[in-house]
Design a protein around this ligand. Structure first.
Ligand SMILES: [Zn+2]
Length: 314
C-alpha cells in the first residue's frame, strides 16, 4: 500500500484493491472509499502519512509508476517565493497517530470500496453514499462475475447520509461535490469533485488503461458508462487530475478521452452484432475486440471474458 499527494490537500492511497481518495487538513479527514476491512490498519497508516507532512512527492498525471515509499522521499524542489519569511521548522518525519476520518464517501456498493465501512464508522466516520448504494448494501448482493456473495451489511456499515442526485460537502476550505451518474458501472455511482484542488475521484466509472467491470446485474450499462465518462469530461480541464477507481492512481483528461473512444468503439461494434442477431457465443467467436486487446485487454479482463460480462448491458 502506498500513498501520494495528488494535488494540494488531496492524496491517494493505492493498494491491490481500489484507489482511495483522501482529503486531509485541520478540520479532519475525508475518505473516498474505504477499501477492504482487512486493509484498515494499512489505510490508517497511509492516511497518517498524508496528513502529516513532509509532503509526499506530487504524482504527475503520468503512466503507471511502480509503488514507491512516498513518505521517505525528500520534498520536491519548489521555487521559494521572493522575500519569503523564514521557512517553518521542519516537521517530524514520524507520522502522527492516524487521524480517524470524519467523512467516508462510498462511490458505489462493491466490497472493495465499502467493506471497510463498519470499521471507519466505529471510529467516528459518517458514511455518505447514493441511495442505491445504501439499498445494495442493505439487501446484500451477488456478483456472478466473481462468484462473490455479499450478505446484507450490518446496520453500522450502512451510510446514514444518502442522496439521489448530488450533494455538496465542505471541509478544510475545500468544496466537495458528489455527483450521481445513472446506470454506469452500477446504478449508484458517485464521482467526487474537489473543486479547489481540481481533482476528481471517478469511482469505478473509470478503470484507467483497461476494460472496466460493468455490473449489469446491479444497474450498470455500457451506454451509461460512456455517458458517465462524458460527464467527467465536461467537468475536467486539461489540468484536472483524475483518480480512477482502478488502474494507475492519477490520470489525465487526455487518458480519459482515449478510454471513452475505446468504450464507444466497443459499443458501436456490439450494437451492430446484436442488430444482426448474434448470440453471445457467436459474438465471442467473431472476436470483435481483437484489435483492442493489446492496449485494453491486459488489465482485469481479457476481451472475450469482458464481452461475456458486458453483453447484457449493451
Ligand atoms: Zn466497482
Amino acid at each position: 500500500m502506498t500513498s501520494a499527494v495528488v494535488r494540494g490537500a488531496v492524496g491517494v492511497i493505492t493498494s491491490d484493491g481500489a484507489n482511495i481518495g483522501v482529503l486531509s487538513g485541520p478540520g479532519g479527514v475525508l475518505l473516498v472509499d474505504g477499501g477492504y476491512a482487512r486493509q484498515a490498519e494499512a489505510i490508517r497508516t497511509a492516511i497518517a502519512a498524508l496528513a502529516s507532512p513532509p509532503a509526499a512527492p506530487s504524482v504527475p498525471p503520468a503512466p503507471p509508476s511502480p509503488p514507491k515509499p512516498a513518505a521517505t522521499k525528500p520534498a520536491p524542489a519548489t521555487a521559494p517565493a521572493t522575500a519569503a519569511p523564514p521557512p517553518p521548522a521542519p516537521k517530524a518525519a514520524t507520522p502522527q497517530p492516524a487521524p480517524s476520518p470524519r467523512l467516508l464517501v462510498n462511490t458505489h456498493f462493491h466490497a472493495d470500496h465499502t467493506d471497510g465501512n463498519a470499521g471507519f464508522a466505529a471510529t467516528g466516520a459518517v458514511i455518505v453514499a447514493h441511495e442505491n448504494t445504501h439499498r445494495r448494501l442493505a439487501e446484500g448482493t451477488m456478483l456472478e462475475a466473481f462468484g462473490l456473495v455479499t450478505p446484507p451489511a450490518a446496520a453500522t456499515a450502512l451510510p446514514p447520509v444518502t442522496f439521489e442526485r448530488d450533494l455538496r460537502l465542505r471541509l478544510n476550505g475545500e468544496i466537495i461535490d458528489l455527483l450521481h451518474l445513472p446506470a454506469a458501472h452500477t446504478d449508484g455511482d458517485v464521482i467526487v469533485r474537489f473543486r479547489n484542488a481540481d481533482v476528481i475521484h471517478t469511482g469505478d466509472v473509470w478503470f484507467n488503461g483497461m476494460y472496466p467491470f460493468i455490473d449489469t446485474r446491479h444497474g450498470g450499462t455500457l451506454a451509461g458508462a460512456i455517458a458517465g465518462v462524458d460527464r467527467l469530461l465536461l467537468l475536467a480541464g486539461e489540468d484536472t487530475r483524475l483518480i480512477p477507481g482502478h488502474g494507475p492512481a492519477v490520470g489525465s483528461r487526455a487518458e480519459l478521452v482515449d478510454y471513452r473512444r475505446m468504450l464507444a468503439t466497443v459499443q458501436q461494434r456490439l450494437v451492430a452484432l446484436k442488430a444482426q442477431g448474434f448470440t453471445l457465443p457467436q459474438a465471442i467467436e467473431a472476436r470483435p475486440l481483437a484489435d483492442l486487446e493489446a492496449t485494453w485487454g491486459q488489465g482485469m479482463f481479457r476481451g472475450d471474458r469482458w464481452l461475456e460480462l458486458i453483453w447484457n448491458g449493451v
